[in-house]
Design a binder for this molecule. Structure first.
Ligand code: FAD
Length: 409
């Protein structure tokens, strides 16, 4: 029996004099999480999404205990549990197939009273959409925001959509992802994300096909997360949908031509890259017919502030601190942002510019150090995961072995 510790938040009932109309731009995991949290704080929320349909791109996502606790606090445990795959451990494996270390998720779950759960993104996203609507939030699709203006009296901000429609709110939150338009408008100049030199191949395999091979069966029958670490590249995989699908991500040097962030991948080229790696990777890649490449970029943060001094605008999620996915924490950070933003807005006494600005200052103060640290750690992991064979790699492998013995209290 799971014994997770968390408190489910009750929706606050507010006086109209201190109930904000909040526009959240972007219905990704970050925007929807913020919507739920701000709704629970008793405010009104409209989410504007540029896509014509609500959904998530990509396949699998790991939700670590910190993010799971946030989701549970929003009343989502039961809804999510139906879709969660519960990995028991995480294996670190050398690129030629030698096991380096094993991290027992059970011990970490016990220590943090919160689980490691893996999801198909569409399932996680749908649970957030349903909860937003259940709490009275509105979601508009085909609503691409192209402009933002803070009112002269500082009390509101107005967004302009692609079709010319203008919408005004007491607070606008830019949760529009790594290529954020709102960040650019806020700064007043283009500010492209930083290249990392890596790209991701994202693959989904049929787990039943894998079960036919005794060497691969274990990966799907005993839910686990596996990391293979090798020169300039690494591979990650885990089961989804209760053992029906297998999610695999391969991280290699970026060769996508300038001008686009994604490209059709060549499966032969991908297989050739990993031909000398653990033969199990070769087998997995032989089961894949087509693949997409995704350029990986980061946003190391934003100085001196993410929020307009009027208190009528702020940023959240990848728009402000996108990280390499080498810590499986980008969405987790966006969900935490939303949680803190809602908790800060729960405490405002009135709709004045001063009250909102104070709430946003506290939100940012709570989030800045932690998110910057995660971005730095992601970049550090790029170096540590991609070491070539040699002294540094041996030291890393030794540390990973020691990691197994860590005492958790
Ligand atoms: P997004 O998900 O990018 O959402 C932004 C939304 O805004 C989109 O719906 C977009 O259509 C919309 N939008 C954009 N512009 C506008 C506009 N002008 N007007 C209106 N709407 C707009 N994180 C984890 O925690 N665990 C993992 O295991 C993990 N694995 C990853 C694996 C890979 C390969 C990658 C690339 C990332 C991974 N991440 C992981 C990171 C995670 O996916 C992101 O950090 C997270 O999805 C960011 O959420 P977001 O809501 O901030 O942005």
């Amino acid at each position: 029996m799971d014994d997770f510790k968390y408190t489910v938040q009750e929706k606050i009932s507010r006086d109209p004099s201190n109930t904000l109309d909040v526009i959240i731009v972007g219905a990704g995991l970050g925007g929807l999480g913020a919507a739920i949290s701000v709704l629970l704080a008793g405010h009104n929320v409209t989410v504007l999404e540029s896509a014509s349909e609500i959904g998530e791109v990509g396949a699998g996502i790991q939700i670590l205990p910190n993010a799971a606790r946030v989701l549970f606090s929003w009343g989502l445990k039961d809804a999510l549990e139906k879709f969660a795959t519960k990995p028991k451990k995480c294996n670190f494996i050398g690129w030629r197939g030698n096991k380096l270390s094993e991290m027992d998720y059970h011990a970490y779950t016990q220590a943090s009273s919160s689980p490691f759960w893996d999801f198909h993104r569409a399932n996680l996203h749908k649970c957030l959409v349903d909860r937003t609507l259940e709490l009275g939030g509105k979601i508009m699709t085909k609503a691409r925001v192209e402009a933002l203006k803070v009112a002269q009296d500082q009390l509101s901000a107005t967004v302009t959509l692609q079709d010319g429609q203008k919408l005004t709110a007491d607070l606008v939150v830019g949760a529009d992802g790594i290529n954020s338009k709102l960040r650019e408008i806020f700064l007043g100049h283009p500010d492209p994300p930083v290249l990392t030199g890596d790209l991701a191949y994202r693959i989904i395999l049929d787990a039943d096909e894998m079960r036919k091979d005794p060497e691969l069966r274990n990966f799907v029958d005993e839910p686990q997360v596996n990391y293979w670490l090798g020169p300039d590249a690494h591979a990650v995989n885990y089961v989804l949908k209760g053992g029906k699908l297998f999610n695999m991500v391969l991280l290699v040097p970026d060769d996508i031509p300038e001008g686009s962030n994604t490209a059709e991948g060549d499966v032969e080229e991908m297989r050739a890259y990993f031909k000398d790696w653990d033969p199990r990777i070769g087998k997995l890649l032989s089961m894949c017919d087509s693949v997409l490449k995704w350029r990986l970029c980061i946003r190391p943060g934003l100085e001196p502030t993410w929020s307009d001094p009027s208190g009528a605008f702020t940023l959240l999620g990848d728009a402000v601190h996108a990280t390499l996915p080498y810590l499986a924490s980008g969405a987790g950070m966006a969900l935490e942002d939303g949680s803190i933003l809602g908790l800060c807005l729960a405490r405002i006494a009135d709709k004045s510019s001063a009250s909102k600005a104070q709430a946003l200052r506290v939100y940012e103060a709570c989030r800045r150090e932690r998110t910057e640290k995660v971005v730095k750690q992601g970049t550090y992991n790029q170096w540590i995961y991609h070491l070539h064979d040699g002294d540094e790699q041996q030291k890393r492998d030794q540390r990973l072995k020691e990691f197994e013995q860590w005492e958790l209290d």
